[in-house]
Design a protein around this ligand. Structure first.
Ligand SMILES: Cc1ncc(COP(=O)(O)O)c(C=O)c1O
Length: 360
């Protein structure tokens, strides 16, 4: 029985174009598509987490402010605890930013970049304007400022190192943005541990700076969903008004704290990933017809003469999953995450074979 109910009449027309996120789950392949840490989670940290589990962690609601974790984050970033807010991944924080400052307004995005800025803007009912990066993928600061001069604009989103192009933006460029706009500048440093200059030292001077960080990449906790934001206390205060009280579960809070305590072990993994990236870059640079772009992150953007979808599908058939990121400004481009040495070797071998087949 449906009675008078008609779902189509009740859905938001502005969300019609959204398609559910496709995580591309393909069992049994070499997974180089999501910029995760490819190494096993360090055994010592796993044991520390297991030993520290107590029943209270499961039967009681978590600390809504994650105060123990904030203490660790404050120490790690050199920023007071009241300038930090944790989230269920930085994805959730992006949505919260859109809900707090974007709904009914407009945000400016330096594109091509991480797709969730646009998606969360749409979900929150914010307008968005994409400002193309330059040919070398550097953000066009004057154009961003120009777009943000519109009084309806509340935030500028910029990712550094940028996903999927890999390049970082110098701190001085970020300073130019901060000094010349009345909008909030959201700088996503999800990949900063792999390269580039952090803008954290600017936080004490610029009240309109918001920095996003995550445990999903260098810190190897993608499965536990922990992200956080650094900003002035007033901005954090505005966000706390709309944050779900129990957004970050007790287990993840505890595990993230444990990772911070053992960050030296994770730092070794980061160094191995950076060395793997540089080796992969040199190998790909030697492949005929492949254009590669320098990377400060844990992935490499590349272009081949063949349609990206064709390369993507052929590689998948060979058991290697990468990401097809082709689109405006990224014609025929793909992104490969740096894996373990064996995974990188497999990828290179399969890519060579696939290019031979596709170009024949
Ligand atoms: C630039 C950027 N920001 C944020 C995220 C999301 O991170 P999290 O896992 O913390 O939600 C990603 C994930 O790929 C990303 O590439």
């Amino acid at each position: 029985m449906t009675g008078r109910f008609n779902l189509a009449e009740l859905t938001r027309p502005d969300l019609k174009g959204l398609v559910p996120y496709d995580p591309h789950i393909v069992p049994g392949v070499i997974k180089l598509d999501a910029n995760e840490n490819p190494f096993d989670f360090p055994r010592k940290v796993k044991e520390y987490i297991c030993a520290g589990l107590q029943s209270k962690l499961f039967t009681r609601y978590p600390d809504p402010l994650a105060r123990d974790l904030l203490t660790g984050l404050s120490d790690y970033n050199g920023v007071p605890s009241n300038c930090i807010m944790v989230g269920n991944g930085s994805d959730e924080i992006i949505l919260n930013l859109m809900l707090a400052f974007g709904t009914g307004r407009e945000v400016v995005i330096a594109s091509p970049t991480f797709s969730m800025y646009r998606i969360h803007a749409q979900v929150a009912g914010a307008g968005w304007r994409e400002v193309p990066r330059r040919n070398n993928f550097e953000p066009d600061i004057p154009a961003l400022l120009d777009a943000a001069a519109n009084p309806g604009v509340s935030m500028i989103f910029i990712c550094s190192p940028n996903n999927p192009t890999g390049n970082a933006t110098p701190r001085e460029e970020i300073r130019k943005l901060l000094e010349n706009t009345r909008a909030l500048v959201v700088l996503d440093e999800a990949y900063l541990e792999f390269g580039g200059e952090s803008a954290v030292p600017l936080l004490s001077s610029y009240l309109n700076l918001i920095i996003l960080k995550t445990f999903s990449k260098a810190f190897g906790l993608a499965g536990l969903r922990v992200g956080y934001l650094l900003a002035g206390p007033d901005v954090v205060g505005e966000l706390l008004r709309i944050k779900q009280p129990y957004n970050l579960n007790a287990f993840s809070q505890f595990a993230a704290g444990a990772v911070l305590k053992h960050r030296d072990l994770l730092r070794d993994q980061v160094e191995a990933i950076k060395a793997g990236r540089d080796k992969l870059f040199v190998s790909m640079a030697g492949m005929e017809g492949v254009e590669i772009f320098p990377s400060d992150a844990n992935f490499i953007l590349f272009r081949t003469p063949v349609e990206a979808d064709k390369i993507f599908k052929e590689l998948l058939r060979e058991g290697v999953l990468i990401r097809n990121v082709s689109g405006p400004g990224l014609e025929k481009c793909m992104r490969v995450t740096v894996g373990t040495e064996e995974e990188n070797g497999e990828f290179l071998e399969k890519l060579k074979a696939v290019l031979n087949v596709c170009q024949d």
